[in-house]
Ligand binder design. Structure first.
Ligand code: EPU
Length: 301
């Protein structure tokens, strides 16, 4: 989708950057996805105006965070992407509270807090992506989830067309799922974190990094786990037991290190990856009578 001339001119007037014809393969960790235009939202205050403009011009959009948990369709895409450029470090600490921009890098935020003797998020250290994405999905690893630390979220709500603040108690955080509306845009979050000496936090971070290094294909293009774990079960273990490590469709392959990571070994297309996902889901269904649900988010065209 290309922003039309009228929209492009209006964005220019508002001082908002429009990048034309970007490749989502270059902007996602899987390295898969077609092309479209990208609108960079450097100032949160302009978001309601941009949203009104897109509605007036009937331009569909999707909101791209760190791009680490999405599988994007191939070809010319039917929507534009909105993106908050990443802030560094994007974190301010006050006592036990950390005020974090949604565009901040999740790992960078964990380390920044650690240097300020605030812990509790050691498990999240190797989870790639932005704080906003982690919030929306309630990212978690090694017994840590972001949800329980959230005290306040500032967000743009498409339903009201306004920037609002929700208290932590107003948000439900479940396993890789939250009560945010699909079109809510995360802007800032206030976390409350336990005090802990930096060296103790660092020791915890090292343990998690090591566990991840030995069990996950960190140097390959992936979107992390493809399927959610079914209650009480492990998608990775089931896929592994079926002997599917290394199984591939085109350049999309079940990782030979962790069977719930599907990697793009060179130039996989979205359709290769979808075929692999469906094939594995079907084999698990036949063997275990269990229907695996996607953890990765599919952006269809
Ligand atoms: N296992 C195998 N073969 C494999 C992979 C795993 O037998 O190929 C076994 C392991 O030996 C272990 C069990 O399955 O006994 C669970 O594996 P692991 O500890 O790697 O955790 P997981 O349940 O597969 C979850 C999250 C990961 C997170 C890790 C660590 C989901 C879908 N996955 O994986 O998150 O990093 O725990 O806490 O919840 C993600 O969200 O993208 C993700 C990768």
């Amino acid at each position: 989708m290309r922003a039309n001339d009228k929209a492009a001119a209006r964005l220019k007037e508002l001082g908002i950057e429009l990048r034309q014809g970007i490749s989502l393969a270059d902007n996602t960790s899987l390295g898969i996805g077609g092309t479209t235009d990208e609108i960079l939202l450097r100032q949160y205050e302009t978001i309601p105006q941009v949203m009104r403009l897109l509605a007036d011009e009937q331009i569909p959009y999707r909101f791209l965070g760190g791009g680490t948990n999405v599988l994007v369709a191939d070809g010319e895409l039917a929507w534009v992407v909105l993106h908050l450029p990443s802030a560094r470090p994007g974190v301010r600490v006050e006592g036990n509270a950390a005020y974090v921009d949604a565009s901040a890098d999740l790992g960078g935020m964990v380390t920044f807090c650690a240097k300020n003797d605030l812990g509790g998020m050691e498990g999240l250290i190797g989870v790639p992506g932005s704080v906003g994405g982690a919030l929306r999905m309630n990212a978690g690893a090694y017994g840590t989830q972001i949800g329980p630390h959230v005290r306040e979220v500032e967000l743009y709500r498409a339903a009201s067309g306004k920037i609002e603040t929700l208290s932590g108690a107003e948000i439900r955080f479940d396993y890789r799922h939250t009560s945010f509306a699909p079109d809510d845009v995360m802007l800032r979050v206030k976390l409350e974190l336990p005090s802990k000496p930096f060296k103790d936090i660092l020791a915890g971070i090292r343990v998690c990094n090591e566990k991840r290094r030995v069990s996950q294909p960190l140097n390959q293009k992936s979107a992390g786990c493809i399927f959610k774990n079914p209650p009480g079960g492990s998608a990775g273990r089931m896929i592994d037991e079926l002997g599917l490590k290394g199984h591939r469709v085109g350049d999309a392959m079940v990782s030979d290190r962790h069977a719930n990571f599907f990697v793009n070994v060179a130039n996989a297309s979205c359709s290769d990856m979808l075929k692999l996902i469906d094939d594995v889901r079907e084999r698990v269904r036949v063997a275990y009578g269990m229907e695996l649900e996607n953890e990765v988010i599919f952006w269809r065209n």
